[in-house]
Design a protein around this ligand. Sequence first.
Ligand SMILES: Nc1ncnc2c1ncn2[C@@H]1O[C@H](COP(=O)(O)OP(=O)(O)OP(=O)(O)O)[C@@H](O)[C@H]1O
Ligand SMILES: Nc1ncnc2c1ncn2[C@@H]1O[C@H](COP(=O)(O)OP(=O)(O)OP(=O)(O)O)[C@@H](O)[C@H]1O
Ligand SMILES: [Mg+2]
Ligand SMILES: [Mg+2]
Lengths: 223, 223
Amino acid sequence: MITVKNVTKVYQSGDIKVDALKNIDLSINDGEIVVLLGPSGSGKSTLLNILSGLDSIDQGEIVINDQEISSLNQVERTKFRRNNLGFIFQQYNLLPSLTVFENIEIGAQLSKNPYEIKEIMNLVGIEAHINKYPYQLSGGEQQRVSIARAIVKKPNILFCDEPTGALDEETSKEVLSLIQRLNKDLKTTIVLITHNPSIAEIADKVITLNSGEIVNIKNQIKK
Amino acid sequence: MITVKNVTKVYQSGDIKVDALKNIDLSINDGEIVVLLGPSGSGKSTLLNILSGLDSIDQGEIVINDQEISSLNQVERTKFRRNNLGFIFQQYNLLPSLTVFENIEIGAQLSKNPYEIKEIMNLVGIEAHINKYPYQLSGGEQQRVSIARAIVKKPNILFCDEPTGALDEETSKEVLSLIQRLNKDLKTTIVLITHNPSIAEIADKVITLNSGEIVNIKNQIKK
Ligand SMILES: Nc1ncnc2c1ncn2[C@@H]1O[C@H](COP(=O)(O)OP(=O)(O)OP(=O)(O)O)[C@@H](O)[C@H]1O
Ligand SMILES: Nc1ncnc2c1ncn2[C@@H]1O[C@H](COP(=O)(O)OP(=O)(O)OP(=O)(O)O)[C@@H](O)[C@H]1O
Ligand SMILES: [Mg+2]
Ligand SMILES: [Mg+2]
């Protein structure tokens, strides 16, 4: 269960001051698929980053599985994240000096019971690139390595920041059905950002952001 | 006019050998909008990179505006590209130590008659971020800075690698109509990669790739 109470996040740096999130209240139940929609710059990635403890908040409280992560320091938040959460980044964040296999292995090593690395690579169609370095991959191939790395550790909660942004329709469908299978088979909670409203069909709950605020929460029957 | 004759591109590095493009023949007329479609890994970015001289080829010939760019060395290709071509990269490639304004200014300085920087920023909706650094921007905001930087110099040919991948539907439409306006008003030749087939509607010609080969060329009436 994720609970967010009256959370505010301000980016401040020199003359730059951005109210990225204002008075956010929301809750996400175990095993739910939640989709975050909203225009570019509306605060989706920021919300994902503070939900997963990647970034800190200025006001309010965030509780995940009874752990108040907003009161942990950065080292404790990192430990919590490594043990419980999977993250597919909007810009992939692959380690450039490690091969595809090694990048995914890093994810697997954080788990007591990970998937087989080769099996996961097969599921996202990147087995042919096993020994390549990130710079030797296409945009969509890098994205799929990022996906494999997040999924292989069978996280309790999987955060996905535009996981199919660089993929063609075919490959997008395969990735989404893989995410749905994780949710169905392992009861993984999914929090997914997309700017593609058709992807929202797989969600139990669709949260729409605009200018740092939640403007709509829609409960629906997921497909 | 861009002419590609029997072009082959192989990536070779240690044990890695990838036939990224095989026997490519195509031509692009001045003022045309050409869209490249194809699955992830099919060779679209590679084709764009060799068309614009960003990368070299192993076999064949590429001629742009009567200049055989495939026979130029890297320094000469860079000079040709700076003077004639605009490029929107799949991963934006912004300079991290320059502000939004300075990143776009770099594009403007390469032209004798650039657009007003503030006007272009306004057109893609990023004027509020003028003094920020790339790391202080959302994914879609970074993409729009990359677009502004390419367009501001009024290039003869504009290469776009998934220019709307990180953008919501609204902002995507604005970017695409901006690209169409460049084509209509300045007769800019547009070569655009997308994995979104609906974007292909704006094209005079749609070229489909699969596994490094052209599998279809469709001429159509552009919208
Ligand atoms: N430097 C490199 N070394 C080896 N292989 C490479 C290199 N760069 C690209 N490739 C491979 O060449 C193929 C084509 O890559 P390219 O980036 O052109 O694909 P793409 O069609 O743009 O894909 P996407 O839609 O995922 O961006 C891919 O299989 C990729 O793994
Ligand atoms: N480090 C930072 N400093 C200042 N402003 C920031 C910083 N990071 C993000 N922002 C701003 O906060 C706002 C929200 O950013 P965020 O990345 O959450 O948007 P988003 O909804 O994910 O957008 P996109 O769909 O383009 O990825 C944006 O206006 C952005 O410019
Ligand atoms: Mg984002
Ligand atoms: Mg590509």
